[in-house]
Design a protein around this ligand. Structure first.
Ligand code: G3I
Length: 389
């Protein structure tokens, strides 16, 4: 099971200068990108993805004191029992991809609809998994009534009531909550780097602090997480996000705000080579030095610009997982790794980052037939090689 596939250096070469160049050209990729793909294919070709034994990812993670899991959702787990079964075996934690966002939970300003999220909690309990909340406060997926109902006078009450209603309902049953999601967006031009969101407009920057205090009151047992993305690459974007997020966390901690962890979404790109392990290690340890835990919350690898050949593509995707996780799991403050979806059968990337050649995307550890791919091996190996917590 999960044995390494044979991929000779020669084949990689042929692939690199021949097939890949052709595919890259047909994808309209630049010469630079073609060479980048080629270099990655070569690196991937030389990587050993062999995995010992037949333990699941959740078992391998647990053996090191880590938690492994993934995002999924009500409609998927309800209607796809084969997937739901595999999910329960591989995952030690479930985070609903959409069902705990404000829009789905709040049909009207005064009511909550917990039918689907209760079903998900029940599912986790039946499979002996942890449950994780995403997300209490976000600028996105606000209910339709939000615009005409919320204003500067009532925003705090509406936000706090929402947090108390939702986090309160699951109090004692949640491993962790993404209390605030994606509050940073330095390109909105504010000096503090915060995103222009309705919450910020109505309440000012203190909305983050108010949200964490309300969540701590509603569920004193859940790990309270600030969750954001785009921090991983050695680019101007990555550098800016790392700086602004670190400053935000530092500010919150210095004011005694009960933020307890940073969630790093980690939507990776298979064709992105600007990953600098030293800088990233430093960022993770700086965050840890604030007394925070770190969770990898939405891990996947976009294969949009990778070659069409599935075997070649899978190797580059697997290598991307390996390069990232080997750095991340070296940091003792990292306590959990979650994929944003478990199988290529159900992934947001199918629609939002579809491939120009029309072939199905392959960003996750299992393929559409629920067979483990090399990405599974890469993740399993990363847990096997991680130091115990
Ligand atoms: O439920 C409707 C369905 O009835 C309709 O037929 C269909 C038509 O497109 O839309 C369905 O709703 C979509 C929903 O996903 C379920 O598939 C929404 O339009 C769509 O906006 C929603 O997208 C989700 C997105 O967040 C916004 O909530 C993605 O699935 C989800 O993967 C994505 O997750 C985000 C994280 O929350 C935060 N970090 C980034 C991550 C990826 O964008």
């Amino acid at each position: 099971m999960h044995k390494n596939r044979v991929f000779s250096r020669r084949r990689a070469l042929v692939f690199g200068v021949g097939a890949l160049a052709g595919v890259s050209a047909s994808l309209g990729l630049s010469k630079n990108k073609q060479w980048q793909n080629w270099a990655q294919a070569m690196a991937a070709a030389n990587t050993d993805f062999t995995v010992q034994g037949d333990k699941s990812m959740r078992e391998r993670a647990a053996a090191k004191g880590l938690i492994y899991g993934a995002a999924s959702d009500y409609a998927i787990l309800l209607k796809d029992p084969e997937f739901a079964d595999r999910f329960g075996k591989e995952c030690g934690i479930l985070v609903p991809e959409g069902m705990l966002k404000m829009k789905g939970l709040r049909p009207t300003p005064t009511t909550f609809n917990f039918t689907r999220s209760d079903w998900l909690l029940d599912y986790t309990q039946k499979h002996n998994m942890l449950f994780r909340g995403h997300t209490l406060v976000w600028h996105n997926l606000l209910p339709d009534w939000f615009k005409e109902t919320v204003n500067a006078q009532n925003a705090e009450k509406i936000m706090v009531d929402h947090i108390k209603g939702v986090a309160g309902r699951y109090a004692g049953k949640m491993h962790s909550w993404d209390v605030v999601n994606e509050a940073v967006y330095p390109w909105d031009g504010r000096s503090d780097g915060l995103r222009n969101s309705p919450w910020l407009d109505f309440l000012g920057p203190d909305y983050i602090e108010i949200a964490f205090r309300a969540a701590a009151e509603a569920d004193p047992n859940a790990l309270l997480v600030y969750n954001d993305n785009r921090v991983q690459y050695d680019t101007r974007e990555g550098e800016t996000m790392r700086t602004v997020i670190f400053k935000l966390l530092e500010r919150l901690k210095s004011k005694g705000v009960p933020v307890q962890a940073l969630g790093i979404q980690s939507h990776l790109w298979g064709d992105e080579v600007r990953f600098n392990p030293e800088k990233y290690r430093k960022f993770l340890s700086d965050v840890a030095s604030l007394g925070l835990k770190i969770l990898i919350t939405e891990l996947d690898v976009t294969d949009l610009n990778l070659p069409q050949d599935e075997a070649e593509r899978d190797r580059i995707v697997a290598k991307t997982y390996e390069d990232y996780l080997s750095v991340v799991l070296d940091e003792p403050a990292v306590v959990a790794v979650l994929n944003w979806g478990l199988s290529d059968r159900h992934t947001w990337l199918s629609e939002l980052r579809a491939r120009p050649d029309g072939s199905p995307v392959r960003p996750l550890p299992f393929d559409r037939d629920l067979k483990p791919k090399l990405a599974w091996n890469a993740i399993a190996r990363a847990f096997d090689q991680a130091r115990p917590r």
